[in-house]
Write a protein of this length. Structure first.
Length: 148
């Protein structure tokens, strides 16, 4: 029971600490992202805030590394999409509301016959991206490949 409490408190601490420190990143406008979805089979959205913690940065760095090394061809072809969006910017409001984002989040979206199924991978990402980055990248890679 104590371990569950400690893990829960640690998770809350990580999410709260994401709002300390600052780093500016390139932003993909939500309107540009939704235009590509007609040919995509899957899309990963990494939402980040204006103030970022080391774990927030690790999620993005590992996701970028994975997408560049393993899926650049599929991204160019349009079957896979990936967006890095500041959830605090008004240009991304539509997607923030659609996926109910309120802090740094990793959302995996599968498109099938005009329907989409979104899966929130935030807890997984924040658990493994920083301390077990190889496992994080491999798991995301497997998830993408299973859904193509």
């Amino acid at each position: 029971m104590k371990i569950k409490l400690i893990i829960s408190l640690l998770t809350v601490f990580i999410f709260v600490s994401c709002h300390s420190g600052s780093q500016k990143e390139n932003t993909t406008n939500a309107n540009n992202t939704t235009e590509k979805q007609t040919t995509e089979k899957v899309h990963l959205y990494y939402f980040y805030g204006s103030h970022r913690c080391p774990t927030c940065n690790a999620v993005e760095e590992n996701l970028k590394k994975l997408m560049t090394e393993s899926f650049s061809k599929q991204i160019k072809e349009g079957s896979i999409g990936v967006s890095y969006l500041n959830w605090e910017e008004s240009a991304n409001k539509v997607l923030v509301e659609k996926y109910q984002v309120y802090s740094s989040s990793l959302i995996f979206v599968k498109f099938n016959n005009g329907k989409e199924k979104a899966t929130d991978l935030t807890e997984f990402a924040f658990t493994y991206a920083r301390k077990e980055s190889d496992f994080f990248r491999k798991s995301i890679q497997d998830t993408i490949q299973k859904n193509l």
